[in-house]
Design a protein around this ligand. Structure first.
Ligand SMILES: NC(=O)c1ccc[n+]([C@@H]2O[C@H](COP(=O)([O-])OP(=O)(O)OC[C@H]3O[C@@H](n4cnc5c(N)ncnc54)[C@H](O)[C@@H]3O)[C@@H](O)[C@H]2O)c1
Length: 403
């Protein structure tokens, strides 16, 4: 951690009030790997056993936090894996869902860490689960003794392309989404799409919404992949039943993660408030919280994207043909474009909240055609009302399975 200490001003005049001050400056290097690793619980795959230790004197003791459903499905495999690699682990099984994404769950993890007596130089915590578990463990890791390394093993599509790859952690608080959180990079993340084979269809769609986001704002080819293969990717849970769908699944994941990291890496601490990855996330936090427990994160994001595509269309930034291609792909991916709770009043309130969060400007990313975007600061309440009406109309015409 390089740094600088400067005596900014020495008080040499004793008649004046004391003004001596120091300027402390330090920068911290953030470095972590994200690797695609098929079959992480296969005994002959050492990546999980070695993850986060950088070849150091590795005690093979681990505190493993795992999602309850994932434990039910893969607990036996995990157990055999740990035994095969002579690892002793204490498991903390979290019954994690959005409503349990709270400080209480973080406390459960840190209490477990304390009882386990983790040696944080040699024993990275392992987090296995969807975005909820990853966010809870990330926050616990940043709190426990101020920093304890952790390894992410995402098991949902949202986890693979979004929650598993950045540095944000967080839990919901006081009725607000992710109101408490930190920036805490994992030691490493292992992306294994084999986990998706047991994911239900709705959670697959949920993750595809985040992939669609990347496609709409910056990757037209990714959009075309979703247009061509969205149905099979969803039906096959990205397991590649044919050579074509295997190639599509691999390409879609690689593009989605790469596109996400291209946006995150230069702005890890979010100092720059104009963030393309905020696309679909301007109104969705309020839509999601108002729609809990009915709406999943990606569904709320898709409703936000459907609305903002309509706003862009009315402004002439998206053509008629592009608008209908976007809405068609949303339907193919099994995503909703509307929710009854998404009223003009809620949208106006959400925009006020988002504007406050973005330091007084809307900084709203809007799509430009397909695969590009621009920031605007002047979306009006009337535009929101018209967009909400338009998506409600679309939903009435072609009801989506998720609604
Ligand atoms: N930190 C970030 O940058 C970031 C980014 C995006 C989303 N998130 C957060 O992620 C959360 C959403 O993540 P999520 O969609 O993964 O939700 P989730 O963690 O609740 O998982 C969804 C459901 O899938 C189950 N599940 C997980 N893996 C499974 C598997 N392989 N097979 C069968 N079932 C499985 C879980 O038990 C849960 O019921 C939100 O809280 C969101 O705020 C964080």
């Amino acid at each position: 951690m390089p740094g600088n200490l400067t005596l900014a001003r020495a008080d040499d005049d004793l008649r004046r009030p004391p003004t001596t001050s120091w300027l402390v400056e330090a920068t911290r290097t953030v470095s972590y790997t994200i690797s695609v690793s098929r079959d992480v619980f296969s005994p002959d795959n050492p990546s999980l056993a070695d993850a986060g230790t950088a070849g150091a004197d590795n005690t093979r003791r681990r505190f493993v936090v795992i999602d309850k459903t994932v434990h039910e499905i893969y607990g036996g495999l995990l157990d055999s894996y740990l035994r095969h690699h002579d690892m002793t682990a204490q498991l903390c099984v979290l019954d994690a869902d959005e409503q349990q994404k709270s400080m209480e769950s973080v406390m459960e993890v840190v209490r477990g860490l304390d009882e386990f007596g983790v040696d944080r130089r040699r024993e990275p915590i392992i987090a296995i689960g969807g975005g909820v578990v990853l966010d809870i463990v990330g926050l616990a890791s940043s709190l426990y003794r101020r920093h304890t390394p952790y390894v992410r093993v995402p098991t949902t599509l949202i986890g693979l392309v979004d929650a598993g790859v950045g540095v944000k952690t967080g839990v919901n608080f006081n009725g607000h989404k992710n109101r408490l959180g930190t920036y805490e990079a994992p030691a490493t993340a292992l992306l294994d799409r084999n986990f998706l084979r047991s994911l239900d269809r709705r959670n697959m769609s949920n993750g595809l919404a985040e992939i669609l986001k990347i496609a709409l704002i910056k990757d037209r080819e990714l959009f075309e992949r979703l247009e061509g293969f969205g149905g099979p990717l969803l039906d096959e849970r990205m397991q590649g039943a044919t050579p074509e769908t295997e190639a599509a699944a691999r390409d879609v994941l690689r593009r989605a993660v790469h596109g996400m990291l291209e946006e995150l890496q230069p702005n890890l601490w979010e100092g720059r408030l104009e963030r393309l990855v905020d696309y679909g996330h301007s109104f969705s936090p309020s839509i999601e919280m108002a729609g809990l427990p009915e709406l999943l994160h990606g569904e709320a994001v898709c409703i936000d994207m459907a609305m903002t595509t309509h706003i862009a269309h009315r402004r002439g930034m998206v053509t008629d043909a592009e608008l209908s291609r976007v809405i068609d792909v949303m339907h193919v991916l099994g995503l909703p474009v509307h929710h009854a709770g998404c009223t003009p009043e809620l949208l106006v309130k959400a925009l006020v909240d988002t504007t406050r969060h973005r330091d007084g400007l809307q900084r709203l990313p809007l799509p430009v055609g397909i695969g590009d975007a621009a920031f605007v600061n002047d979306v009006s309440a009337e535009e929101l009302r018209l967009a909400a009406e338009a998506v409600a109309e679309v939903a009435r015409a072609v009801p989506s399975g998720a609604e």
